[in-house]
Design a protein around this ligand. Structure first.
Ligand code: NAP
Length: 243
């Protein structure tokens, strides 16, 4: 028996990186999964690789109409949505002086406004399950400052606060909302050349593999975490504990 048997999940940004790893683990644990991403070719290939209970939809997480379409099609393919993983995001690292207003707004739109839209548009479907779980992917940049990280940090700190507000708002309906704060994780977002240098700063002396974060996300999606809501889950090899 899988830990996610009977669950129907939407995972944004699932064509590659951590989102693809979450989709793989969800599928192994028995969930039916809708992967969404703006990367169509990679998303289709990932869904095909993962099998019959995984589908892909092209989805720009900044667009309300896309969210409405994704929730409706997921429900019609698999049934009401019980899990939403708001994972899609971008990292645009620039100094305050060099970052343009348009770039700043783009990061906020993709990383932060998307989380509002996801929670808003999934609600009516998730309500039908009386047992939903929303997992918002923040970062250790949502817990501490970093250089060249003004927009990214703003968006990731916001996700933490939005998670706690939503947990209060949705609690009485049995919908749990938690944030996950990964440290440096080896995905296409993180330049390989930076990884070995950064690893020396981490108490565990290495960066994370995506599946290590996925295992935390599986726990939060499953009924094993039935009394867990409004909480932050840090998975960073001890990095923030050092500060
Ligand atoms: P990734 O490999 O770049 O994957 C993110 C996916 O989201 C990409 O396929 C990306 O497409 C997609 N995406 C971007 N904009 C989108 C939009 N508007 N609508 C839908 N999809 C969109 O990144 P990752 O490292 O797996 O990161 C996943 C999440 O974890 C992000 O929220 C990130 O901030 C967070 N995180 C990552 C790390 C890390 O060290 N990797 C650490 C902490 C937190 P494009 O390639 O076209 O942009």
């Amino acid at each position: 028996m899988g830990r996610l048997d009977g669950k129907v999940a939407i995972i944004t940004g699932g064509a590659r990186g951590m989102g693809a790893s979450h989709a793989k683990r969800f599928s192994e644990e028995g969930a039916k999964v809708m992967i969404t991403d703006i990367l169509e070719k990679e998303g289709e290939a990932m869904a095909t690789e993962l099998g019959r209970d995984v589908k892909f939809m092209k989805h720009d997480v900044t667009k309300s109409l896309d969210w409405e379409r994704v929730v409706a099609e997921t429900e019609s393919a698999f049934g009401p949505v019980s899990v939403l993983v708001n994972n899609a995001g971008i990292a645009l690292l620039k100094s305050i002086e060099k970052m343009t207003e348009a770039q700043y707004r783009r990061v906020i739109d993709i990383n932060q406004v998307s989380v509002f839209l996801g929670m808003k548009y999934v609600l009516s479907s998730m309500r039908k399950t009386e047992n939903g779980s929303i997992i918002n992917i923040s970062s250790i940049s949502g817990l501490k400052g970093n250089s060249e990280s003004i927009a990214y940090s703003a968006s990731k700190f916001a996700i933490r606060g939005m998670t706690k507000s939503a947990a209060i708002e949705f609690g009485a309906e049995g919908i749990r909302v938690n944030s996950v704060h990964p440290g440096i994780t080896e995905t296409p977002m993180v330049r390989k050349s930076r990884v070995s240098k950064l690893a020396r700063e981490i108490p565990l002396q290495r960066t994370a593999q995506p599946v290590e974060v996925s295992n935390m996300v599986v726990y939060l999606a499953s009924d094993e975490s039935s009394y867990v809501t409004g909480a932050d889950f840090v998975i960073d090899g001890g990095l923030t504990g050092k500060l």
